[in-house]
Ligand binder design. Structure first.
Ligand code: GLV
Length: 312
């Protein structure tokens, strides 16, 4: 008997029929609430909240295989209480997300959006020695808030740009320090000394709003803030004010607290590069994410350990 499972419909084109063998798939559309039923597995996108109520309505559920590295959309406590395994899709998106982080760092440092707007406006007067001068990265400090896989991959790329690396994380990362010369510091020093501050921490109760008005006031005047992690880390209105007041040099964001809504003041703020959550958006990565998510389902349903479990 094939196993009844729920899979986000957006993943359909990324999966091969062989990966779905033995599964009786109900494709779950984005706008569709999570249905009640006898499904044994669900593969949600990060935009679907899977909490106590959803889990209660799926009494046969054995696994929530989140198709994302982050899993703040899943209630881990409720899952654990019901004995439901939770998995994510780490590793495969590290390079794509680190690359996109660098796209944002460079776009902010070299004022790409202002340049594109100037060309498109038809009002570019031609080359001028003081036109759109930006931040030279060599010799500057890259601060990483969070140094997991993606934070470290961003840091490793920074050595090619001649940057010095500071990082704040719960655990020291010896290999990373040895390879890049990165120095682990407290949050206060990270904020004060970073020319570019890039966020790579998960969204948890401890990190929610960590970049608030107080943190922004501690940042170096003219510094660049980049966030490819989770929108919850940043107080968007406080960030908009820091940009409006000219305290912050620029902000490059790929994630927002209430996606797809973005705080209107942030949309209107100067010197921003705002992307629509495309950190892992390459064909290779998205196929691998879908494959790992479904691979986790297949493993658990076959009685094997999940490939990439997450724990509280
Ligand atoms: C994307 O944001 C992810 O967590 O995979």
């Amino acid at each position: 008997m094939p196993h009844p499972v729920l899979i986000a419909a957006e993943l359909k084109n990324l999966l091969e029929p062989a990966q779905l063998e033995g599964l009786d798939v109900t494709w779950l559309a984005a706008e569709q609430p999570t249905p009640a039923g006898d499904h044994v597995a669900i593969v949600p996108l990060l935009s679907r909240w899977v909490g106590g109520t959803e889990l209660k309505h799926l009494p046969k559920l054995r696994i929530v295989a989140n198709c994302a590295a982050g899993y703040d959309n899943v209630d881990l406590v409720a899952a654990e209480m019901r004995g439901v395994v939770v998995t994510n899709t780490p590793d495969v998106l590290t390079d794509a997300t680190a690359d996109l982080t660098w796209a944002l760092i460079l776009a902010c440092a070299r004022r790409l959006v202002e340049g594109i707007d100037l060309v498109r406006s038809g009002r570019w007067p031609g080359w001028h020695p003081e036109q759109l001068l930006g931040l030279e990265l060599r010799g500057r400090v890259l601060g990483l808030l969070g140094a997991g896989r993606i934070g470290q991959a961003v840091g490793r790329r920074a050595t090619g740009f001649g940057m010095t690396i500071l990082y704040a994380s719960r655990q020291p990362k010896a290999d990373f320090e040895r390879d890049t010369g990165a120095v682990r510091v407290e949050l206060g020093r990270l904020l004060r000394e970073s020319d570019v501050l890039s966020l790579h921490a998960p969204a948890t109760p401890e990190t929610k709003g960590i970049i608030d008005d107080r943190a922004l006031l501690q940042m170096k005047p003219g510094a660049i803030l980049v966030n490819t992690a989770r929108g919850d880390l940043v107080r968007e209105e406080a960030l908009a004010i820091a940009l409006e007041e000219g305290r912050l040099g620029a902000a490059g964001l790929d994630v927002y607290a209430e996606e797809p809504k973005i705080h209107p003041r942030l949309v209107a703020a100067p010197r921003t590069v705002l992307l629509p959550h495309i950190g892992s958006a390459t064909w290779e990565t998205r196929r691998k994410m879908a494959a790992i998510a479904v691979g986790n389902v297949q493993a658990v349903l076959a009685g094997r350990p999940p490939l990439t479990p997450v724990y509280r």
